[in-house]
Ligand binder design. Structure first.
Ligand SMILES: O=C1C[C@@](O)(C(=O)O)C[C@@H](O)[C@@H]1O
Length: 408
């Protein structure tokens, strides 16, 4: 540090030139107290700009970096490297950082976790983000594959709303939610595998989501700061399946009296089993862990089966199969939750996976001449309803649907 100040005072820099004093930690992110001491020392060198770059081992490390930005007296660059640190790069303008870094192209990053300039500009539209911008994001373990950041940021642009939507790569939901609570972020999409634990963490849960037992949307109520949980998956999935079967006729759902076989027992399975039962269908739950299938079957008034029983099942004509597991999702597109040989008994096959739009499960169902409904249709519907909850006002649904079809 002394050397830095000696160097700076010895410099004969032109009046418009600025000196950055930079510190990198390739191992971890120290506590905010330690970082605070470091920043004070760096400021005392006479630097024009301070740059502190750490390594995020957990997404909560990023909070220390935001605190550096909040407390520093000088123009400051503060970032955390690595996948877990991505949001420190994206939220730089929100927390008053001097600049953030973008790579020229994917694969040409100068440090781990760096997004491309194209992503910063086209997806996150960083140049227009400021301190007043409301923050939203998707919380999950596979958020790198989600199209939600692309979609919701585009929606904000479409309706002229000052919001920024980012991916939160989270390995412990409760720790994340507790740590980020004071930052007052406005809304979250909840992804695999947190739709059930998120419900437990909300201050209030809307009655429909409570009955399902899973939330995919959490919004901070503007009036009192409380987090409210909602479920937009159920109507999105069940509505898409109903439309695939020809739509509701005279108030009668085409699912009425049908068998709906649900693979999986997590949050999305709960939403579909609940919605199917509500329409008068018979839900059958098949899951790797049979006890979880049993629990869900009991909760919705359905039946649980093992995976072996699923593969031997010969359901009655008109039955629906719904995959709610991530099997078949990018980058494991070759996987399928169900052998092709046993698909032929179903009339309609639905897959919650939307990357790729047509999964191996759906391709094989199509080859057998079955009706298929892609998770993409559910994705569109749940995202539009979710967006309306995020901004707490009605949104132009048809216009947003067209936007989605254009960008994806
Ligand atoms: O299931 C999904 C998909 C999603 O998790 C995503 O991957 O973008 C976003 C959630 O809101 C939704 O319920």
């Amino acid at each position: 540090m002394q050397k830095a100040s000696e160097l700076i005072s010895a410099l004969q820099k032109p009046s418009r030139a600025k000196v950055i004093v930079s510190h990198h930690n390739f191992d971890c992110t120290p506590s905010s107290e330690e970082l605070g001491c470091l920043v004070s020392k760096m400021q005392s060198t006479g630097a024009d700009i301070i740059k502190v770059v750490t390594t995020a081992r957990s997404i909560t490390d990023v909070i220390h970096v935001f605190q550096v930005l909040g407390r520093s007296q000088a123009p400051t660059i503060a970032l955390a490297m690595g996948q877990q640190g991505l949001i420190s790069r994206l939220l730089t303008p929100k927390f008053g950082g001097f600049l953030t870094f973008g790579s020229m192209a994917s694969g040409r990053e100068s440090a781990p976790g760096q997004p491309t300039i194209e992503e910063l500009q086209d997806i996150y539209r960083l140049p227009r983000v400021g301190r007043e911008t409301e923050v939203f994001g998707i919380i999950g373990q596979l958020v790198g594959y989600s199209k939600s950041p692309l979609i919701h940021n585009r929606f904000f642009q479409e309706i002229g709303y000052d919001g920024l939507y980012v991916p939160f790569l989270v390995h412990n939901f409760k720790v994340f939610f507790g740590a980020f609570h004071p930052l007052n972020f406005t809304g979250f999409s909840i992804s695999i595998p947190y739709k059930e634990v998120a419900l437990e963490c909300c201050d209030e849960v809307e009655s429909f989501a409570k009955a399902i037992g899973a939330v995919n949307t959490v919004v901070r109520r503007r009036s009192d700061g409380k987090f409210i949980g909602y479920n937009t998956d159920c109507e999105a999935a069940v509505g898409a399946i109903e439309d695939g079967l020809g739509g509701v006729n005279d108030g009668v759902s085409p699912l009425f009296n049908k068998l709906v076989v649900v693979i999986g027992a997590g949050g999305a399975a709960k939403a579909i089993a609940f919605g199917a039962k509500q329409r008068g269908a018979h839900p059958l739950i098949a899951n790797r862990h049979y006890d979880r299938a049993q629990k869900l079957a009991e909760a919705v008034g359905g039946t649980a089966i093992t995976l072996d029983q699923l593969y031997e099942l010969q359901p009655s004509p008109g039955s629906v199969l719904a995959n709610t597991t991530p099997i078949g999702m990018f980058p494991n597109e070759n996987e399928t939750p169900m052998p092709k040989s046993v698909l032929k008994h179903y009339s309609l096959v639905f897959d919650v996976v939307y990357t790729p739009k047509v999964t191996r499960l759906l391709t094989e169902a199509e080859e057998l001449g079955l009706c298929v409904v892609s998770g993409f249709e559910m994705f569109i519907r749940q995202a539009i309803e979710q967006f309306s909850l995020f901004v707490a006002k009605p949104v132009p649904k048809q216009q947003l649907r067209e936007v989605m079809l254009n960008v994806m």
